[in-house]
Design a protein around this ligand. Structure first.
Ligand code: SF4
Length: 402
């Protein structure tokens, strides 16, 4: 059970961030913001993949104008990403955005920051102070020599002081670094210093799988310590992958309810009776399209599959040319191997509609026997992976001895 550091709460549109609000997932569009339809299509895709909030660049006047059309049609709150030009922050506010991200490394003039804060305050719009190791304030870079955690935190604190000077308190902070240990240390330090909500991310993490691993290493470590109120995976990939990854991380840590499919699959081994990678990939594609909120297991053999995946809602295990469909570890149907994916999809739909008890009651009479026979046959051919028969005999022997 994770105990979260208690932070203040603010609202980005209708999404609460901080305090006891669920940790939110963010992502960012990659389209030109002036392309209103293209950007909106991506915003919808991101929202569908699990993003609660979407950030969009506001890097030119045409982008701010695009935001004026995008914001009212967006299914989720929009944050404008601002670098260098404080006037574009004012323009984005005029366009109706629900949040701003300012980079203290490149908007450095106190009067400009305060002008934006006053306008945001009047409109009830929060600001994220988005410090980035790669674009750190040059005075701080000179002072510290490199973007060490204390330098990132100092940059955020300086900006916060300007905001507080004009009584602006709807503040979120990020101190992103591309080096995972430095990122973790920066956020730890920051969370000891302020009680504003924190936005977590490993910046410029790169393409998956390395980018995913770096992001998970940084973000999950902090979330497990109770640090973090909103997260973003910064991947060099389709941003839909970022949103999916963010959502899945929170679900796997038990910090958000499962919204979609959780597919588990064995890694395959010499016992596998099918191409597990192929079956699991096809099953994932088919099941994701239905967005069923269940855990599904794809197992390479019936010897160990149903037992090892008994916690899954539903699963399938291969053996002797057949697929053995099981619900909560109990085999309910046996189908030809070529129909494994279709049968799994069909049973998954029924399971969601009717529930576990009903589907167990519909189990085919001989399914469990057929699975047991296939299992025995495989053990005879391949040997018992768990050597359970040997162990049982030895246990009995020991029990009988004086
Ligand atoms: S379920 Fe079977 S095929 Fe898959 S890893 Fe376990 S023993 Fe190997």
């Amino acid at each position: 059970m994770i105990t979260r550091h208690r932070t203040r709460q603010l609202h980005v549109g209708n999404v609460a961030v901080g305090g006891d609000a669920p940790i939110s997932v963010q992502s960012m569009t990659t389209t030109k913001t002036a392309d209103v339809d293209g950007t909106l299509a991506q915003v919808y895709a991101l929202a569908g993949a699990g993003a609660d909030i979407v950030r969009i660049t506001c890097n030119e006047v045409e982008a701010a104008q695009g935001l004026a059309e995008i914001v009212p049609r967006s299914p989720v709150p929009i944050i404008a990403d601002i670098h260098y030009q404080y006037r574009l922050a004012l323009a984005a506010l005029e366009a109706g955005v629900q949040g701003l991200r300012l980079n203290p490394g490149n908007i450095r003039k106190e009067d400009q920051i305060k002008a934006v804060a006053r306008e945001a305050k009047d409109r009830g719009v929060p600001i994220r102070v988005g410090v980035n190791a790669g674009s750190l304030d040059k005075d701080l870079l000179e002072k510290y020599g490199s973007p060490v955690p204390q330098a990132l935190v100092d940059s955020a604190l300086l900006e916060i002081r300007y905001l507080q000077d004009v009584d602006f308190e709807d503040i979120k902070i990020s101190v992103k670094h591309s080096n995972v240990p430095s990122m973790i240390e920066s956020y730890r330090l920051l969370s000891k210093t302020v009680d504003y909500p924190l936005h977590l991310g490993v910046t410029e993490a790169g393409p998956p799988p390395a980018g995913l691993i770096k992001s998970v290493a940084g973000i999950a470590t902090l979330l497990n310590e109770g640090i973090g109120d909103t997260i973003r995976f910064s991947l060099t990939a389709d941003p839909v992958e970022e949103a999916k990854a963010g959502r899945q991380l929170l679900e796997n840590l038990g910090l958000r309810e499962r919204k979609g499919l959780d597919l588990i699959a064995c890694p395959s081994c010499g016992r596998a009776e099918v191409d597990v990678i192929d079956v699991a990939t096809r099953a994932q594609t088919a099941l994701e399209a239905e967005n069923l909120p269940i855990q599904v297991a794809v197992m390479g053999c019936v010897v160990n599959g149903p037992g090892e995946a008994r916690e899954a809602d539903i699963g399938i295990a291969a053996g002797r040319g057949r697929g053995h469909l099981f619900i909560k570890g109990q085999v309910v149907r046996v189908v030809p191997e070529s129909e494994m994916v279709e049968a799994l999809l069909d049973e998954a739909r029924k399971l969601v509609e009717e529930g576990v008890e009903s589907r167990l009651a519909h189990a085919e009479a001989n399914a469990a026997e057929l699975a047991a026979a296939a299992r025995e046959e495989l053990i005879q051919i391949q040997g018992d992976a768990n050597r359970s028969q040997d162990r049982r005999a030895k246990v009995a022997e020991v029990a009988k001895s004086d």
